[in-house]
Write a protein that binds this ligand. Structure first.
Ligand SMILES: Nc1ncnc2c1ncn2[C@@H]1O[C@H](COP(=O)(O)OP(=O)(O)OP(=O)(O)O)[C@@H](O)[C@H]1O
Length: 455
C-alpha cells in the first residue's frame, strides 16, 4: 500500500482526488494548505500538490522538500493552460503535472507511472548501497572459514532459513549478506533488524507494520520490514532477544508465510527469506523458558557457527591488514606498515570483541600511526600479551639461545630492567638515559611488571 498526500485548498478537488486514489487501494492524507502539505509529506510516496495554496505556495513547498531525507515524488496540479507554472514546477523538482480539469483515467495513469518510478528509484538506491558492501567478506587461510564459505555457497541459492551463531563481532551480518548476494534474491533488498534494539509493539510494528491508531503514537499507518524486503532477505539479528509472543508470529511467518499488520485483521502473504543470528545460547534460553523450542527447531535446520577470531589464526593478519587499508583510505592517509612485533602481538591477543574490535584497533592505527604501526600505537591490553610472557634473561648471551621474537621481547625487558636499576627505580631518569619519553617507558614497565616510579 502506498501513502499519497493530496494537497489542495479546494475541498471539492481534494475529495475527488482522494476518493479515486482510495478506490485504487492507496492510503490518502489530505492537506489544506502548503504548511500542512510539507508536514505530511515526509515519508509519503507521492504528493499531489496544488500550486496556489494559502500559507505556503506550491513552489515554496517543492523547494523545502529538497531538504527532507525521505521526500515523496511530486505531481503538481496546475490551472488549465498555465504551462509556464508547470514548467517552473518541473524545474524545481516536480516529477510530473496534471492540469485542471482532469479525468480519472489521466489521474490513474500519472499516479501509476509516478509510483512505479518511485519503486524503481528505491530499488536502485538499495542495490547501490548493497553493491558497495557486497565484497566485504575478507577471508584468510583459516580452514573453518573455508568450510563456512562452502556451506554458504551450497545453502545460498535455496530459500531456506539460516541460523547464524557466534560471539558478537564475529561477522554474522557479513555472512548473512554473503548468503543474500549469492542467492537468486541478490538483486532484491537486504534488510537488517536488530531485535535487541526495539521492544514489544515497536519491534512487532518494525517487522510487520501497523495500522493508524494501532498503539499510542501510531498516528499513521506504516509498512513493515517484511513487506519492504519483499522478494529479498530479512536479517534478524539478536533473535534471542525477541519476546515469546512475537516469536510465535515469526514462527507463523516462517511456516505459513502469513502475517498481520499490528491493529489489522487482514492476513497478508509474505515473500522474504529469513536469516537469523544470535550470540546467545538458545538451548539455555529454551530451558529458561524465554525462547520457543518449536521456533528454535524451525530456525536451526541450517545453522552455521562462526568461530571467534582467536580460533581463526589464519584470518587475523589478512583481516588486520585489510581493515587497516580500508580505514587509512577512508581517512585519506597512506597505509602504515605493521611491524613484526605488532603482527605477533595481534596474533597473540584474545580479541574478545572479535573482528569489530580488530577493526577499531586498526582504525586507531590508521589515524595515529606514522609510516609504521609500532607496539606503542596499540593499547596496553594488546601489547601486554607481547611482553607478559617474555622470558626473563640476565645476560646478552642467553638472548642468542632464544627464537627471534622471544629474544626481542626478552631484550626489551633486560634493557629496561638495567636502566631502572641504574636510575634507582626512577622512571623519568631511566627514560632520559634510554632516550625515550617517560610515558613510553612507564607503559613498558607496567606491561613487564617492573617496579613503579619512586615518589
Ligand atoms: N570476514 C570479514 N571481512 C570483513 N569485515 C568483517 C568480517 N567479519 C566482520 N567484519 C566487520 O566487523 C564488524 C562486525 O561484523 P558483524 O556486524 O557482521 O558481526 P556480528 O557477528 O553480526 O556482530 P553482532 O553480534 O554484534 O551483531 C563489521 O564492521 C564487519 O564489517
Amino acid at each position: 500500500m502506498n501513502r499519497i498526500v493530496v494537497a489542495d485548498d479546494d475541498a471539492g478537488i481534494a475529495r475527488i482526488l482522494s476518493d479515486r486514489l482510495r478506490d485504487a487501494g492507496h492510503e490518502v492524507d489530505v492537506a489544506r494548505d502548503g504548511v500542512e502539505a510539507l508536514r505530511m509529506a515526509e515519508g509519503a510516496d507521492l504528493l499531489l500538490l496544488d500550486l496556489e495554496m494559502p500559507r505556503m505556495d506550491g513552489l515554496t513547498v517543492l523547494d523545502s522538500l529538497r531538504s527532507l531525507p525521505a521526500a515523496p515524488l511530486v505531481i503538481v496540479i496546475t490551472a488549465h493552460g498555465d504551462m509556464a507554472k508547470a514548467v517552473r514546477a518541473m524545474r524545481a523538482g516536480a516529477y510530473d503535472f496534471i492540469a485542471k480539469p482532469f479525468d480519472s483515467t489521466t489521474i490513474q495513469l500519472v499516479v501509476r507511472r509516478a509510483l512505479e518510478t518511485r519503486r524503481l528509484k528505491a530499488h536502485v538506491h538499495s542495490l547501490r548501497s548493497e553493491l558497495g558492501r557486497k565484497h566485504l567478506w575478507v577471508r584468510g587461510s583459516d580452514p573453518a572459514m573455508a568450510r563456512i564459505a562452502d556451506t554458504v555457497e551450497r545453502v545460498a541459492p535455496s530459500n531456506a532459513t539460516v541460523l547464524l551463531l557466534g560471539e558478537t563481532g564475529t561477522g554474522k551480518e557479513v555472512i548473512a549478506r554473503a548468503l543474500h548476494f549469492q542467492s537468486n534474491r541478490g538483486d532484491q533488498p537486504f534488510l537488517a533488524v536488530n531485535c535487541a534494539l526495539l521492544k514489544g509493539e515497536l519491534l512487532e510494528s518494525e517487522l510487520f507494520g501497523h495500522e493508524k491508531g494501532a498503539f499510542t503514537g501510531a498516528d499513521r499507518a506504516r509498512t513493515g520490514r517484511v513487506e519492504t524486503a519483499r522478494g529479498g532477505t530479512l536479517f534478524l539479528d539478536e533473535i534471542g532477544e525477541m519476546s515469546p509472543p512475537l516469536q510465535a508470529k515469526l514462527l507463523r511467518l516462517l511456516q505459513e508465510k502469513e502475517y498481520e499488520r499490528l491493529g489489522s485483521d487482514r492476513t497478508l502473504k509474505a515473500d522474504v527469506r529469513v536469516i537469523a543470528a544470535t550470540h546467545r545460547d538458545l538451548g539455555a534460553a529454551i530451558r529458561e523458558g524465554s525462547f520457543r523450542e518449536d521456533l528454535y527447531y524451525r530456525l536451526k535446520v541450517i545453522s552455521i557457527r562462526i568461530p571467534p577470531l582467536r580460533e581463526r589464526a589464519g584470518d587475523i593478519l589478512p583481516l588486520a591488514e585489510w581493515l587497516l587499508e580500508q580505514h587509512a583510505a577512508e581517512a585519506g592517509r597512506t597505509i602504515p606498515k605493521l611491524t613484526e612485533e605488532v603482527r605477533q602481538a595481534v596474533l597473540r591477543y584474545g580479541w574478545p570483541g572479535n573482528v569489530r574490535e580488530l577493526s577499531n584497533v586498526m582504525q586507531r592505527c590508521a589515524l595515529l600511526a606514522g609510516d609504521t604501526v609500532s607496539l606503542f600505537d596499540l593499547s596496553e591490553e594488546l601489547v601486554g600479551g607481547a611482553f607478559s610472557d617474555a622470558t626473563p634473561v640476565t645476560s646478552t648471551e642467553e638472548l642468542f639461545e632464544l627464537p627471534y621474537n622471544e629474544a626481542v621481547a626478552a631484550a626489551r625487558r633486560l634493557i629496561l630492567q638495567r636502566a631502572l636499576e641504574r636510575s634507582g627505580g626512577h622512571q623519568t631518569r631511566a627514560a632520559e638515559q634510554l632516550g625515550v619519553t617517560q610515558p613510553y617507558l612507564s607503559r613498558l614497565a607496567k606491561q613487564l611488571g617492573l617496579r613503579r616510579d619512586e615518589p
